[in-house]
Design a binder for this molecule. Structure first.
Ligand SMILES: [Zn+2]
Length: 482
């Protein structure tokens, strides 16, 4: 081991230029690393860092410099905007009133809906730098960026009107992309009046602020026969092909009697006609042949196991059929009564997967962010997908859903403008015979994207009498809209 002699070191120090150069190099390198990190943070990380709920106060501080941007439908229709009053105070206004209450939301007394999930984007500005420099000197606010949603106003309006005065929900989406076209929940509220009405609404106990389309949990009634059918096809593929049942209006096992709607005797049926007629006796009978453990596994893949992650607030549905369940529980589960609860959004994703060859697309509400001149700042990618069933299973279920419209409880949707598919449901909610009316399905026509729809009308009555006509109003509007 040797040490440099002091003398040698002294010799080196004789060249001051070299030393300065070294120091300059070190500082230049440090400077570049810092600039690099800053750029990386600004470009890659800061959005994620700032745009999380823990930073909501920091985001709201942006409002000091930015005039909150608009929320638009997919064609530019204004759903939320900020009006600047002469005294420079601001008012958030919702030109469509109640129609978008839950999905667009509000910003007074806390935030809800897209106003909450897109808060960060609406308070950023990608306006022209010259304008922003001018604003900085003149103490004016920069115009915030706007959110273009996937929603389509004519379909939203039709969904809202189709639900009428009933409580419940209507939700539609493109089954092949996951883009939500409409999302309505009632009872609703006027987001323009939230400042004044929030306390009363929150305390009303009516669940007015709940978005029933994604958070409402309901007995699925006969819409659940879609899952029962799939499970029967999986467990008994051979039996399913030659299945027959002679319906006399009811079916009894272990002392539990299951009735068809209005005790209608459906007569001789195969599996497709049992489904089209929504025959409870036939489904109670075949429900007894299903293994609870296997049925549970199938259900878990259909969003019963974890919440659906999307820009809508969601609730976990429920499927409770256990190994060793009684005949009564098996029969009730098979016809969608029992202890099963589903959300309208969940049913929408299941029928969408049938249309989309077995793949369920993640639902999306946001298309892009544009600046004040309409230039795209950021485009949101379409969501992930998840396989719910094989392509063959989807094809069989599709033929069954078509049978419902051609010769079953969905005949009200038969028309020349488009081809509809779906399943009705009439879910009993009490012993007095009150029922929720359901319809879930989709429709296609040449030259148009397909549309999937789920309708739930609380306490309305039979699905075929209430939910089918409501769905028809929405589908008619969508397919006649240019
Ligand atoms: Zn029957």
């Amino acid at each position: 081991m040797s040490f440099p002699r002091p003398g040698k070191k002294k010799e080196k120090k004789k060249d001051p230029h070299k030393e300065y150069a070294l120091v300059t190099y070190i500082f230049s390198a440090l400077f570049l690393v810092m600039i690099g990190y800053l750029l990386w943070f600004l470009i890659a990380r800061s959005d994620r860092f700032i745009n999380n709920s823990y930073n909501s106060k920091r985001i709201d501080a942006f409002a000091k410099n930015t005039l909150r941007g608009d929320i638009l439908d997919r064609e530019g229709e204004v759903l939320a905007t900020t009006e600047l009053l002469p005294d420079k105070s601001e008012v958030r206004s919702y030109p469509k009133g109640n129609r978008y209450a839950h999905v667009v939301g509000y910003i007074s007394n806390g935030k809800m809906g897209l106003e909450q999930t897109a808060n960060y984007y609406l308070l950023r500005s990608h306006a022209n730098p010259l304008l922003r420099a001018k604003n900085a000197f003149s103490d004016e606010k920069d115009p915030g960026d706007s959110l273009v949603t996937t929603l389509l106003d004519p379909v939203q309006q039709a969904s809202w009107e189709a639900l009428g005065d009933y409580r419940g929900a209507v939700i539609t989406m493109n089954p092949e992309t996951g883009e939500i076209l409409s999302c309505v929940s009632k009872p609703d509220f006027d987001p323009n009046e939230m400042e004044r009405n929030y306390e009363a609404l929150a305390a009303s106990g009516d669940g007015v602020l709940l978005n029933r389309a994604s958070q409402g949990r309901y007995a699925p009634g006969s819409t659940f026969k879609i899952l029962t059918t799939l499970e029967f096809l999986r467990e008994h593929p051979a039996k399913a092909k030659k299945y027959t049942f002679d319906c006399d209006g009811s079916f009894t096992s272990d002392g539990k009697e299951i009735h068809c709607f209005h005790n209608t005797a459906h007569g001789e049926e195969d599996l497709a006609s049992s489904f089209a007629n929504s025959c409870n006796a036939s489904y109670a009978s075949l429900g007894l042949t299903l293994k609870p453990g296997e049925f549970r596994k199938t259900a878990q893949t259909m969003f019963f196991d974890k919440p659906i992650i999307c820009s809508l607030p969601t609730e976990l549905p429920r499927f409770l059929l256990e190994e060793g369940a009684s005949d009564a529980e098996k029969m009730e589960t098979a016809i969608g009564q029992g202890k099963t609860y589903m959300t309208p959004l969940q049913l929408l994703l299941i029928v969408s997967a049938i249309e989309n060859k077995g793949m369920a697309k993640k639902p999306v509400l946001c298309r892009e962010i544009i600046n004040n001149e309409g230039r795209t700042v950021e485009r949101f990618p379409l969501g992930d997908e998840r396989r719910l069933m094989t392509e063959e299973e989807a094809a069989v279920l599709e033929s069954f859903l078509r049978g419902v419209v051609e010769e079953g409880t969905g005949r009200g949707l038969m028309n020349d403008a488009y081809e509809a598919y779906g399943k009705t449901g009439t879910a009993e909610i009490n012993s007095a015979g009150d029922c929720h009316a359901w319809f879930t399905g989709y429709a296609k026509a040449e030259g148009k994207d397909p549309i999937a729809i789920t309708v739930i009308m609380e306490g309305a009555g039979a699905g075929s009498s209430y939910a089918v006509p409501a769905a028809k109003k929405v589908l008619d509007t969508y397919f006649s809209y240019e």
